[in-house]
Ligand binder design. Sequence first.
Ligand SMILES: [Zn+2]
Length: 320
Amino acid sequence: MKETVAFGGISAEQGMKNTGWTAVPGTDVKFPVTVINGEKEGKTVLITSAIHGCEYPSIEAVFQLAESLNPGEISGQIVIINPVNVDAFINRRPYIVPSDGKNLNRLFPPDPNGTTGDKMAWVLAEEFIKKVDFHIDTHGGDIPETQPSYVYYPGISEDEDALRISEEAAKYVIHAKYMIRSQATNHAYTYSGIMGVPSLELELGECTKWSVDEVEDYKENILNVLKFLKVYPGDPILPSEDQRAKRITEGVYLDADYSGRWYPLVGRDDKVKKGQKIGYIKDLFGNVLIEYFAEFDAEVLMVVATLAIKKGDPVIAYGR
Ligand SMILES: [Zn+2]
């Protein structure tokens, strides 16, 4: 049996829950950490939330789980960091770490000698990700983004077991329209996969909204994965093949080539045809700067809803 465990300097005796702050050396950032050390043996699961600070259903669901989960019902350990990006959460800043303007979910593998976001990624990796058996990173549509719910699982790793377990776990995310195999390597959860830690990135919610129903669905998604991992009691729900999220294995994620005005021509639940015009950007005098066309027949995964668009920020995503 494990006795006391510690993550990021926050320790909890067996059967106990403890909270505290993990400092990120070389910055003024601290992560709020909850360590739940179960009474029984089992896997160690890391749940991170608010790597993007304004994806509210995920953040509220994880707040509620951190407060309500009881060590007596847990087999193994659950380590929760929420909000990872406190500054972005409090100051309502989408996408980025406010102090350096970097997207923390694009900074893996991390550079310990970089700026604040890089150092945050380094501590996440060294103190948390590398010490757990499974990583659930929770997201949703950010302030400008409309999207259905889905789950990403890593598609690139030399650790075949990590890929297989991640894909299997994705089937247990019950409130999801799509399950998407990622080809990315620089996200927190894809880095986990590369490190041999099976992982998921959950996406539910959009555009600053959050409701009781969305938070409940989010908690059900997380708890069902925890049941699959045998960390939380009860039999997990496995939807039948025809009820399950549709599999997406190839995605296109378009970023804005210009700052200006954004005009999407498709919506969040649309399908697109190869060659279809899906949106365009105008300058502030009405000149069309660029038009975007679908590369293949696909399902729309995300559409930015704001009129304003900034060069380099996402505009639309689709996949098949
Ligand atoms: Zn996000």
